[in-house]
Design a protein around this ligand. Structure first.
Ligand SMILES: [Zn+2]
Length: 390
């Protein structure tokens, strides 16, 4: 086994009502850049009012930036960083799902830098490949969804549609505090509960079959996969089932650790290419569309048969004895969560785009291919897109 090393320096406060504990933690500054989406879910789920009360108790002032959309774009991050800088904010608070958290950690990095240009720090064909020279601001993650695990990793996935790149920006900080409060997830609609839950599932599945897996990543991934297999259908069916929400939220945070302890694989790189070209595509939905063919590809290569038998068992197929049993378990979970009929064509993706997507994914997110169970060619990856096309 190879040496492995990890450090997640984030204090996590987990459980129903956790947001109400924020005032008990040492304040990170005097004025926060409070980042949310442009929608109203953070008002509907009550988290905005709860947070305002916590900040009042702490004596913290804030300026509200609410221009973050799904698949957050480079321009929104740059705009938010300018607001944070001109308002003299000394820390950042993300109140929202993965898009808001990813944008917030990029802002926390960018605010103190001597440039406004986020893509200077993108390690991609169109990026400047620089590392930040100034220390990032601290930030707090208050997650209102259970999907990206972004509250406990240092990856900030940002889209730059002008150059068709959706990548992880370098040098972003871990959150100082992560508040994971399942009460805040009660109002997530069933469809998005499913998309987000599957995103979390894929973080752990990819880590488990990938070549970077180790004793620590195996530990968190197994528990994450078991909890999602058992509780995601319940959370989708009844959003107020708090036991299910809690278990899925826990699985999601574990899957966030999984990305630090090991790594996602090329499945995530493939989806980033899909949503770099089709910005309306939700990350979790894109992953679901390619997932069965993606895992079938690896099963047919017989590079980690035992691991697939494990995964089938973690998903509840206790009598699994062959890798293909995992595909049955995954297909059943998609059916149970009502996401078994997603089509690429509904999002404008064409079958003939397959090779372009394959090449884009390797050029922009090549580091995930390095974590695959075995090397691949662009043609093989294009073949997965083609077989998954509907
Ligand atoms: Zn993901």
């Amino acid at each position: 086994m190879e040496i492995f090393s990890y450090c997640v320096p984030t204090r996590v406060v987990f459980g129903r009502g956790a947001l109400g504990q924020l005032h008990t933690l040492p304040a990170l500054g005097k004025k926060a850049l409070l980042v949310t989406s442009g929608g109203s879910s953070y008002i509907k789920n009550g988290s905005f009012d709860k947070l305002k009360k916590e900040l009042e108790t702490l004596g913290v002032d804030y300026v509200h930036f609410n221009h973050i959309a799904a698949n957050p774009e480079v321009t929104a991050v740059e705009e938010g960083a300018k607001v944070g800088r001109s308002e003299g904010c000394d820390f950042v608070i993300a109140l929202g799902g993965g898009s808001v958290m990813d944008a917030s950690k990029a802002m926390a990095m960018l605010i103190p830098q001597p440039t406004d240009n986020l893509w200077d720090f993108a390690n991609s064909p169109a990026g400047g490949k620089k590392m930040p020279t100034e220390k990032a601001l601290p930030w707090i993650a208050i997650t209102t969804s259970a999907g990206t695990g972004s509250e406990v990793d240092a990856t900030s996935v940002i889209s730059n549609p002008a150059v068709y790149e959706k990548i992880g920006v370098s040098g972003c900080p871990f959150a100082t505090y992560a508040i994971v409060d399942p009460e805040l997830m009660k109002t997530v609609p069933p469809k998005f509960t499913a998309y987000q839950g599957f995103d979390a599932l894929f973080h752990s599945l990819e880590g488990y079959i990938g070549c970077k897996h180790n004793l620590m990543s195996d530990l968190v991934e197994r528990t994450a996969i078991e909890n999602i297999g058992k509780y995601l259908p319940r959370a989708v069916k009844d959003g107020s089932d708090m036991e299910a929400r809690e278990k899925v939220a826990f699985a999601n945070t574990l899957s966030g650790y999984s990305m630090v302890y090991s790594s996602c694989s090329s499945e995530h790189a493939m989806e980033h290419a899909m949503s770099a070209y089709h910005t309306k595509l939700t990350h979790g939905a894109g992953l679901i569309m390619i997932s069965l063919e993606y895992y079938r590809f690896w099963i047919n290569k017989h590079v980690c048969d035992d691991r697939f038998v494990d995964l089938a068992r973690f998903l509840g197929k206790t009598d699994a004895d062959k890798p293909e049993d995992f595909l049955d378990a995954l297909a059943q979970l998609q059916k149970d969560c009502g996401v078994d009929d997603l089509k690429m064509s509904d999002f404008g993706i064409k079958k003939e785009d397959a090779l372009t997507l394959a090449k884009n994914s390797r050029a922009t997110m090549g580091r995930l291919y390095v974590a695959d169970p075995a090397p691949t060619t662009d043609e093989e990856i294009a073949g997965i897109f083609e077989r998954a096309f509907r």
